[in-house]
Design a protein around this ligand. Sequence first.
Ligand SMILES: [Zn+2]
Ligand SMILES: [Zn+2]
Length: 347
Amino acid sequence: MRAAVYDAPGEPLRIAEVHDPVPGPGQAVIRVAACGVCGSDLHATAPEADLARRGGVLGHEVAGEVVEVGPEPVGGWSPGDRVFVMPVGGCGRCPQCKLDRPEQCPRQRSFGALGPEEPDGGYAEYLAVSSADLLAVPSGVPLDAAALCEPLATGLMCVRQAELAIGDRVLILGAGPIGLAAAVWARFFGARRVVVSERVGHRLGVAERLGATDVIDAGLYPDAAARFAELTGAEPDAVIEAVGRPGMLNAAVAAVRPQGRVVTGGVCMEPDSFDHLLAYAKEPTIRAARVYTKAENEFILEMMASGRIDPAPMISHRVGLGDLPAAFEALRSPTDQCKVMVEPGRG
Ligand SMILES: [Zn+2]
Ligand SMILES: [Zn+2]
């Protein structure tokens, strides 16, 4: 099969012919219909981080079709089943997994070559994954939308950590896929104002389509807190940081109302300074969001199936494997890209 192989930091992905995956015990092989390009793939392959497994295949936002099931599967999967693959999976057999909480599994596993031990991911025609990590995609939900489940789950987790009350005013810093997903859910769960600050103009339009009540062009208004006050007449009850660059946590604390909530959803890969006096003055609750739950992923698929959310505007580009290396490198600098979807069936 064809796959996009990661060789080393600073080198573009390389399209290669590799062995077809064979399902081991408990595994299923999935034909990849769509795999989202994630910010963590870009982070992990950047020279300063250098975390990704060399020679591995990245990609952990996968939806597709079961083509083969190995021995001793978890669940009654058959070829042809449409599935989303939970990127953070459990063993399927321990007490936590039996309680349907794979995110608490002591033998938690992920795929997508983001670390030295992680198996190959979905920038390929096929991949082998644990059958315990599959979620059925309801009929009527296109597989490319199902692949958005992962960023949507990350945004949902941020909104859950922000403990929104009906009528809250929310500021979201950054309109990449995580910030956009947070906008979807903040509005869904009753925020009165959802204000998204971002410097890429195209993404501001997407934010408005997805539930933002107001947007701030960060190029024109670098002080998001001041602009938020102009727009809403108040300070935000919660700030969701979805950029992940040094200084953003301080900016979020500076913006939030006294005793408000700050959630960091963007993952800053470098050490960052923290303004203790500023936090002291504001007394915010600061929470770091790491992992979503299986229940959240199931809920998202259900909300898509019932038409209560439509995340399709998040997809800005669709590429086949052949065009992935160039699209992947382009994402390293700000562009009009938002979620780039790899569709290996396109060639
Ligand atoms: Zn991701
Ligand atoms: Zn387990």
